[in-house]
Design a protein around this ligand. Structure first.
Ligand code: SF4
Ligand code: SF4
Ligand code: FES
Length: 408
């Protein structure tokens, strides 16, 4: 059987989204047919079209091996690194076999496939103070940290700043001011770092900001988009948990109270009782919560949505008022999960991202951090296979008892 790399060159049709804001012309589609082996990348195809047919095609690239993060685009509507997307795979997912390549979303286009990362992505990264605010006294030589304490931040250190998550973030589409997945993942990189002195200040800042950690709608798009399994949404959830559970930060955006209400409603009803969510967020676990002035205002503003839901049959008035009812045994089963989790003396956290070899025990192990201040939860493990420390870009230092941590 022929190896993937031995297959002969074949023709691939490309549809490129072209746009030059300075020209005054509207964006348009441009088609070219290139000839390459199927294992070659979409980036190579665009570069061939640029080389052979139209030198004015704009695309940014550098390493060509999924390291520098320069070549982020949309392939067939999905965010991708052009250099990390094989032509045969792209063709298989293309409507009518024509590979569509567009610039990333949520960022202004500079030209064709090149977006302005400075205007959005890097501005947001700067917003989260992306450097270590070191504990005093600063040691004369390097900081020495235990390998376990760096396990969680290794995942965020794998970020190559490609902007794919930013491109696909639904919250940013609605609210461009949202700090966004890449920058918040970067924030976790320092909140999870034991050498940083300002965990509380960082968390309080991100929690109180109306466009901070509570502005994420938990849609998973950034998790799917990320080519490096950074799991930005998981990092945002970790930031929330540490802010609320460990630092007891109550934010002005009602984020913590909203989460608390959701949790208690599912415990009480077995399912979410939507109509009670806003009153309980403002007025606590009390029937009188509905009469809290802020809750009343919120309820009034959501009335048009509620009416629409009822008219379209998505919501029944009975369920809106009395909530969902599930069989008693099912409700008991749900509540027993709460009892089990809440009876634990401390939070148990498992990071499934980094797997290493415990040389002492001589057996491969999934690294876990118990009682650490990060909690990936089910959304924390996004890799189909946990990756090794070497692959994680965390360096081989994790194989030693203590590691000198870098500040990536
Ligand atoms: S999960 Fe949150 S940060 Fe990620 S894409 Fe959705 S809204 Fe954006
Ligand atoms: S988190 Fe992932 S998708 Fe987002 S910028 Fe970093 S590597 Fe790219
Ligand atoms: S060219 Fe560097 S990631 Fe694609």
């Amino acid at each position: 059987m022929a190896e993937a790399h031995d297959r002969p060159a074949e023709q691939f049709k490309l549809r490129l989204r072209r746009y030059d804001p300075e020209s005054g012309q509207a964006p348009y589609w441009d088609e070219h047919t290139v000839e390459l082996e199927p294992h070659r990348s979409v980036l190579e195809a665009v570069l061939q079209a640029k080389d052979r047919f139209d030198g004015s095609i704009g695309i940014r690239c550098s390493c060509r091996q999924a390291i520098c993060g320069s070549c982020g685009v949309r392939v067939n509507g999905e965010p991708a690194l052009a250099c990390h997307t094989h032509l045969d795979a792209a063709k298989a997912g293309a409507p009518e076999g024509v590979i569509e390549i567009e610039p990333m979303g949520n960022m202004p286009v500079i030209k064709d496939l090149i977006v302005d990362m400075d205007a959005v992505h890097w501005k947001k990264i700067q917003r989260v103070t992306p450097w270590l605010l070191a504990k005093e006294p600063v040691p004369e030589r390097e900081y020495i940290v235990s390998k376990d304490s760096m396990v969680d931040v290794t995942q965020t250190m794998a970020c190559i700043q490609c902007g794919a998550c930013v491109s696909d973030c639904l919250s940013m589409e609605v609210d461009p001011g949202f700090i966004g997945p890449a920058a918040l993942a970067k924030a976790y990189r320092f909140v999870g770092d034991p050498r940083d002195a300002q965990h509380f200040e960082r968390l309080n800042d991100l929690a109180q900001d109306p466009q901070g950690i509570f502005d994420c709608t938990h849609c998973f798009k950034c998790v799917q988009a990320c080519p490096k399994d950074v799991n930005p949404m998981g990092q945002i959830m970790r930031l929330r948990r540490i802010a609320t559970a460990d630092h007891h930060i109550v934010d002005q955006n009602n984020g913590k109270r909203h989460e608390d209400s959701l949790t208690t409603l599912v415990r009480d009803y077995g399912l979410l009782h939507e109509a009670e969510l806003v009153p309980r967020s403002y007025g606590g676990n009390s029937w009188f919560g509905k009469f809290h002035p802020a809750a009343g205002k919120e309820l009034l503003s959501s009335l048009p949505t509620v009416i629409k839901g009822v008219l379209r049959g998505k919501l029944s008035p009975t369920k809106a008022i009395f909530g969902h009812r599930i069989p008693k045994d099912d409700l008991k089963a749900v509540q027993s999960i709460y009892d089990k989790v809440e009876s634990r003396p401390e939070r148990y956290e498992l990071n499934l991202y980094v797997a290493g070899e415990d040389e002492g025990a001589g057996a491969p192990a999934v690294a876990a951090s118990e009682g650490a201040s990060s909690a990936p939860g089910p959304e924390g493990a996004t890799s189909a296979q946990p990756i090794t420390t070497e692959e994680a870009g965390g360096g081989s230092s994790y194989g030693q008892d203590d590691a000198t941590a870098s500040q990536n």
